[in-house]
Design a protein around this ligand. Structure first.
Ligand SMILES: Cc1ncc(COP(=O)(O)O)c(C=O)c1O
Length: 387
């Protein structure tokens, strides 16, 4: 049977291939975006696991929008305006998929930063969006390019990850946040604010979300994958009610609703008195690992490689002199370290800048040190021989 035209354009995920290779225990993986499984707050969830067996009601079908007590808690926690609502999704990846299917017709334009989150490129690719990109600076998207793109392409949406961007780790400055919000209002473009890493700040103070400055022009995706556990598959999407109603229709057809026992479990976890301490623990663990990775790289990287510090999240973006990053990633696998090459993060991967995405949350400090020495040995050999 012939597969749908929309799917024929989607290339198989290189990350998936790399992750399969990286499962080999001799390879240290800096490739995935995985939180450290040892930090999952299972102890904080133990009592609820038991309690659930006395709650048959959460094992029944429930409302598509989500488990009412969780929605009530989140509306209060996010201080949603009376015009705004929350809905629960099976991970923010599902939220993105629902947004794409609810709003994008083939060839409708959506603007993204380049590089950008691969999973967002996939869902917008599947609905055959016309994806246009703008470049990023150390402070976030280039706002003058963004305005030009709004004028030229009349897009429906601008998708962004303002807090510790995947893959670059960049955190947008306050000024950029305000300017982006202003442009979205001025040109009536909806800002899709994807914020799975927001709570993983380990340096400096949190900045207001972009949607704080353009609440009526924004849909916000808040994932619990990085602060609780990705296997729970729970995220919240918030926006004004009229924006979310079409998503609810599609979700009903997709999976009726997300798992109710898991929503009940998450609610208890979020309300657990020790949950804030859990967040602090992962922040300081990831900070320590980030410093190991960053300082070792600084010491050992060959000339021509560039590294920007980050204040949180899970990734460092290592810029390289022009080279074949796919070939480099394959050589690195053979030398016991997995990384992700930059072209996979670009919707139009031709002639993209050479770089590698490095994750620092899933390997421990000694593995990170060993990974850096393997990485730099290969970089020294390859980059010097190609110069
Ligand atoms: C930017 C971004 N958005 C969304 C997701 C998907 O998150 P979830 O596990 O909530 O589906 C990820 C996962 O890594 C991500 O990096």
């Amino acid at each position: 049977m012939e597969i749908a035209h929309s799917l024929q354009q989607i290339k198989s995920s290189y990350i998936r291939e790399i992750l399969i290779a990286a499962a080999d225990k001799n390879i240290i993986s800096l490739a995935g975006g995985l939180p450290d499984a040892k930090t999952f707050p299972l102890d904080l969830m133990k009592a609820t696991f038991k309690k659930l067996t006395d709650m048959p009601e959460v094992f029944q079908y429930d409302a598509t929008i989500g488990y009412a007590p969780l929605l009530k808690y989140l509306s209060h926690y996010y201080q949603l305006a009376p015009t705004h609502i929350a809905m629960i999704c099976t991970g923010s990846q599902q939220g993105l998929d629902l947004i794409a299917r609810a709003y994008i017709n083939p060839n409708d334009c959506i603007i993204m930063e380049a590089p950008s989150y691969l999973g967002a490129m996939q869902v917008f690719g599947l609905v055959q969006a016309n994806i246009q990109t703008i470049s990023t600076t150390h402070d976030g998207p280039n706002v003058s390019e963004l305005e030009d793109a709004f004028i030229k392409h009349n897009p429906k949406m601008f998708y962004g990850v303002p807090d510790f961007h995947n893959p670059t780790g960049i955190c947008w400055s306050l000024e950029t946040r305000q300017q982006v919000a202003k442009l979205c209002i001025q040109y009536d473009v909806t800002f899709i604010e994807d914020a799975p890493y927001r709570e993983l700040r380990f340096t400096g103070e949190p900045l207001p979300m972009v949607s704080h400055f353009c609440a009526d022009n924004a849909i916000v995706l808040r994932s619990f994958s990085k602060i609780a556990s990705p296997g729970l598959r729970i995220a919240a999407v918030t926006a004004k009610k009229s924006y979310l109603e079409p998503l609810l229709k599609i979700k009903q057809g997709a999976d009726l609703h997300s798992s109710v026992p898991i929503q009940a479990l998450l609610l208890d976890l979020l309300q657990h008195p020790d949950f804030p301490e859990h967040i602090k623990t992962i922040q300081s663990l990831y900070k320590k690992r980030y410093h190991v990775l960053f300082s070792e790289l600084k010491k050992q990287l060959p000339e021509g490689c560039e590294l920007k510090p980050v204040d949180g999240g899970m990734f460092i973006w290592l810029s390289l002199p022009p080279c074949d990053t796919f070939a480099l990633a394959k050589t690195l696998i053979k030398n016991g370290v997995a990384v992700v090459p930059s072209p996979v993060f670009y919707p139009h991967p031709e002639n993209t800048p050479s770089a590698l995405r490095l994750n620092f949350t899933n390997a421990n400090s000694s593995e990170l040190r060993e990974a850096v020495s393997r990485l730099c040995r290969v970089l020294n050999a390859t980059l010097i021989s190609t110069q």
